[in-house]
Each structure stands twice: as structure tokens, then as C-alpha cells.
Design a protein around this ligand. Structure first.
Ligand SMILES: O=C(CO)[C@H](O)[C@H](O)COP(=O)(O)O
Length: 263
């Protein structure tokens, strides 16, 4: 069954497909989480099936692990892989230095560990995720359930001293109950509107007792593949200072019609 993709899904598909095609035989690859990453995992599975591509995948969530196995990718743990050649993952926001906000899907703890243990991180995103200054997307902070309200108060005290516009910290919910991450923790979403000094905020947040990890990725990402609604993709390399514009990519609706709602 096929259905038309929205421009955003088409953009995500195009970016994901371009990035999956950068994976080379024999690579150990970190597999991100979210709807864009899911397109990428599907495409990688297709290459494994059709081209005999040999890859070992390290998933960043239970749902990505499940999908990777379903599409025929060999799944290994980070400790089994040791170090990774490449991680490909989505993001909620990225700026011109490729600083990111991640964790909209609540997987940023494992995503940060896996990306940091990789020679290269490529972010895949639709063009709407690019921002001048990070912060319009609420910043996810994973906290342990014990004393989470105290942790929230401490975070708010820290935010009062930082260059941000808002300071509210909301417990993420899953229906009536608090959202629980794969690691058994909760997530506080910080509504900051504008983060003046993301590097400093990332360091300071992780010093609050009870905080496990925040969703700011600074100096971790090397490249971004930006997808547009019409299937155009741009590959931007922050170290080389280059932008390549690729051929139009289409066909997502035929291949992966069930994925558009995944996060
Ligand atoms: O960080 C993430 C999950 O923790 C995702 O990569 C981020 O939320 C983007 O998701 P999507 O590709 O569905 O827009």
C-alpha cells in the first residue's frame, strides 16, 4: 500500500536516503532514533538485502533496534563494536555550527554516547529544523526519577543565571503518567525560547545532581544532510566548509509508506 508523503516527510526521506547511501561496506554504524532515522534504517536494510552491504549497526533505542533487525541489519552493542565509523541520526534543531538540540523522542542519552563514540556524526533533517539560535524547541533533559522535583528546582535556579529567555521546565508525560526513557528515567523539557550560550548551558546542566544528560550536542556533529519538500538534498560539511547539492530524491511513498508517523 502506498500513500502520498507530506513535504516534510518527503524531505526527511530524501535526507535519510542520501545519508544511508554514504555508508560503506564493512562499516560499524550508529543508528539514530526518530522518524527521519527510521527512514535511514529502512534504506540501509534495503542496501543490505539488495547489494549485500555488510554493516554492523549500534541502535540508540529499543525501537531502532527492533526496526534494524526487521530490515536485516546485524545489530551489535556499542561495547561489541568498540568504536564506530559513522553515526547517522535526526535532530530537532541545528544551527550553522552544527550544534544540535536532540531528544524529542527521548533517546538523547544513548544517542549522545553513540555519536561521541564515532569517527563522524551525520545529522539528517528537513530544512525546517535549521535555526539561527537554538532554543525554540524545548530542550530535553533526562533526569533520574528519584527526587525529580528537587532536580527540576535546581535546574531552574541554574537557568536563572543563564542567557536564556524562558525558564520553565515541564515533566514530559505519556498520557496520564510520566514519560519513561529506555533507561528508566524521566525527561524534563526546558522551554527556553532562545539559548544564548549553548556550550555553557550543556556543561552546567550536567552538573546538577539527578541530571543524566541534556539534549545539546556541541562539537559532536560533522555534517548535515538537509532534505527539502521537493526531494532536493544538500550535504553540508562543517569542517571542509562545503555544501554539495545532490540530485532530486523521490520514491519514499512506494518504499516506506508505514513510517511517516514514527518518532
Ligand atoms: O533526537 C531524537 C530522538 O531522541 C530525534 O532524532 C529527533 O527528535 C528528531 O526526530 P524526527 O526525525 O522524528 O523529527
Amino acid at each position: 500500500m502506498t500513500r502520498d508523503l507530506s513535504p516534510i516527510d518527503n524531505a526527511k526521506f530524501a535526507a535519510a536516503r542520501r545519508a544511508a547511501d554514504l555508508v560503506q561496506d564493512g562499516m560499524r554504524v550508529g543508528l539514530g532514533t526518530g522518524s527521519t532515522a527510521a527512514w535511514m534504517v529502512r534504506r540501509l536494510g534495503e542496501r543490505v538485502q539488495n547489494e549485500g552491504l555488510r554493516v554492523k549497526g549500534v541502535p540508540t533505542s529499543i525501537r531502532t533496534a527492533q526496526l534494524a533487525r526487521e530490515v536485516g541489519i546485524e545489530v551489535v552493542s556499542l561495547d561489541q563494536a568498540g568504536w564506530l565509523d559513522l553515526t547517522i541520526d535526526g535532530a530537532d534543531e541545528f544551527d550553522s555550527e552544527l550544534s544540535l538540540i536532540k531528544g524529542g523522542g527521548g533517546a538523547h542519552l544513548l544517542e549522545k554516547i553513540v555519536a561521541t563514540a564515532s569517527d563522524q556524526m551525520i545529522v539528517i533533517a528537513d530544512a525546517g529544523k535549521e535555526v539561527e539560535t537554538l532554543g525554540a524547541f524545548p530542550l530535553p533533559v533526562e533526569v533520574i526519577p528519584f527526587g525529580w522535583q528537587t532536580t527540576r528546582t535546581l535546574i531552574q535556579e541554574v537557568l536563572d543565571t543563564m542567557d536564556v529567555l524562558g525558564t520553565s521546565a515541564m515533566l514530559r508525560m505519556n498520557g496520564e503518567a510520566p514519560f519513561v526513557t529506555d533507561e528508566g528515567n524521566h525527561v524534563l523539557d526546558l522551554h527556553l525560547q532562545r539559548i544564548g550560550n549553548a556550550r555553557q548551558l550543556a556543561l552546567v546542566l550536567n552538573q546538577v545532581p539527578g541530571v543524566v544528560e541534556n539534549g545539546l550536542f556541541i562539537d559532536i556533529c560533522d555534517k548535515v544532510v538537509i532534505g527539502h519538500g521537493d526531494g532536493r538534498v544538500e550535504l553540508r560539511d562543517i569542517n571542509a566548509g562545503t555544501t554539495e547539492v545532490g540530485e532530486l530524491i523521490s520514491g519514499g511513498e512506494n518504499l516506506f509508506s508505514d513510517l511517516a508517523d514514527e518518532r
